[in-house]
Each structure stands twice: as C-alpha cells, then as structure tokens.
Design a protein around this ligand. Structure first.
Ligand SMILES: Nc1ncnc2c1ncn2[C@@H]1O[C@H](COP(=O)(O)OP(=O)(O)O)[C@@H](O)[C@H]1O
Ligand SMILES: [Mg+2]
Length: 202
C-alpha cells in the first residue's frame, strides 16, 4: 500500500474470476463519487472494454472521465498524463498479469467482489497468496472482499472461508437486484454501493 502517498485515492476492483461484479461495482462506485462532487477517473484495464463502452455512452451524464489502459506502470503514466483527479478507480480483467501486479502494488484500496458461491471462493486462494506475498514487502493495498449478487444464501460458512484465507469480508452483502444491471442502461448507482465506502474509508 502506498504509505500516506500524496495524490488521488487509488481503488482497484479485482478478482481472478469473471462475472463477479468487478465492472458493475467499479462503475457504480465511480459514479457515486462523481455525484458527491469528486473528480473521478475510471480506468478500464480489461481488454473486454466494458467500462470503456459504458463510458462512451454515459460518463458525461455523471461527470466522470473513463480511459482504457493496458500494460505496466499504469498509475504512473496516467498520473503524468492526466493530473487533477481526486479518485482513480480501476477495473481489472479476471486474470493476473504483470500489469495487475503493478496496479495492486500501487493501490490504496482493493475491493474483491465475489458471488456467494464456492467457485468464487476457490479462486480467492490464489488471490490471498498474492496479497500475502505483497504484504511481506509492505506493498499490499487495504483489501476487502464484498459478497455481490446475494440472494439470501447463508453467508456464515462463506465468510469463514474468507477469514480462513486471511482476508476481511464486508459485513453487508450487495443483493442481486435489477438496479445493478440498469447501470448499463444509464441508471444511477443503487443505494447498496454505500457499503463500498466503508471498505474504502481510512
Ligand atoms: N448485484 C447485482 N445484481 C444484479 N446483477 C448484477 C449484480 N452485480 C453484477 N451484476 C450483473 O452480473 C453480470 C456480470 O457483472 P460484471 O460487473 O460484468 O462482472 P465482472 O466485471 O466481474 O466480470 C453483469 O451482467 C452485471 O450487470
Ligand atoms: Mg469486468
């Protein structure tokens, strides 16, 4: 984690698994920040380009800027080219690359969306190992796992898995609700996004 580094707050959404809500939550989080008057750059590092495509349609509506980026040194290159933001919100592909490692090392906060299902938690094992390795070098961001697309499942055993991996889960899951998909039709951030602000505080 950047030790009391100056400059914009850097929040990364990553999991080594697809379809868990990284892009959805990153967009909603960025929009919420922009609605609160912050200057927000949403960075799309996923070659699928979903956040970029969303931005082409709706970023202006919410007063934020979206840029695609790939490779390594993304933080540094964007900070140099695009100063003046309060928040950099970064959406990742469901893979681990050198670029992903760079962005994790340079991040203040990492939010890991998981669905309340065992395959998403199995994929957390590698993630937890990577973060443990980064912690040895004091380079791990402050990390929270958030259960997303919750439909009433008992989270107790799933939270136990997260804790067993040395990770912390947010207490409030984000429910499965149409309002989240409606973001992609230009809708605003559902109220459940507030849970992420607890994750990214401090
Ligand atoms: N809380 C939610 N409720 C309902 N649908 C959701 C929710 N979170 C994500 N989705 C939907 O799930 C799908 C996958 O989400 P996405 O953000 O693209 O995942 P990822 O970026 O991790 O691959 C999308 O269609 C999205 O609209
Ligand atoms: Mg995505």
């Amino acid at each position: 984690m950047r030790a009391s580094a100056p400059g914009p707050r850097r929040t990364v959404f990553w999991h080594q698994k697809g379809g868990t809500g990284k892009t959805t939550l990153a967009i909603a989080y960025a929009v919420r920040l922009a609605m609160d008057g912050h200057r927000v750059l949403l960075i799309d590092t996923d070659p699928q380009g979903t956040a970029t495509a969303w931005g082409e349609r709706f970023a202006a509506r919410w007063g934020l800027v979206v840029r695609g980026a790939c490779g390594t040194a993304i933080w540094r290159s964007l900070a140099d080219r695009m100063p003046g933001f309060d928040h950099l919100v970064l959406d990742c592909p469901p893979t681990i690359t050198n670029g992903t490692m760079d962005t994790l090392i340079g991040a203040d906060h990492l939010i890991i969306p998981v669905r309340p299902a065992l395959p998403d938690l199995w994929a957390l094992e590698d993630v937890a190992q990577i973060l443990a390795d980064l912690r040895v070098g004091a380079a791990a961001p402050r990390t929270r796992v958030v259960f997303n697309q919750h439909s009433g499942e008992d989270l107790t055993p799933l939270v136990a898995v997260v804790v067993g991996l040395g990770l912390q889960a947010l207490p409030a899951p984000i429910p499965a609700a149409p309002a989240w998909s409606a973001l992609f039709s230009g809708g605003g951030p559902p109220s459940g996004i507030a849970a992420l602000f607890d994750a990214a505080s401090g």
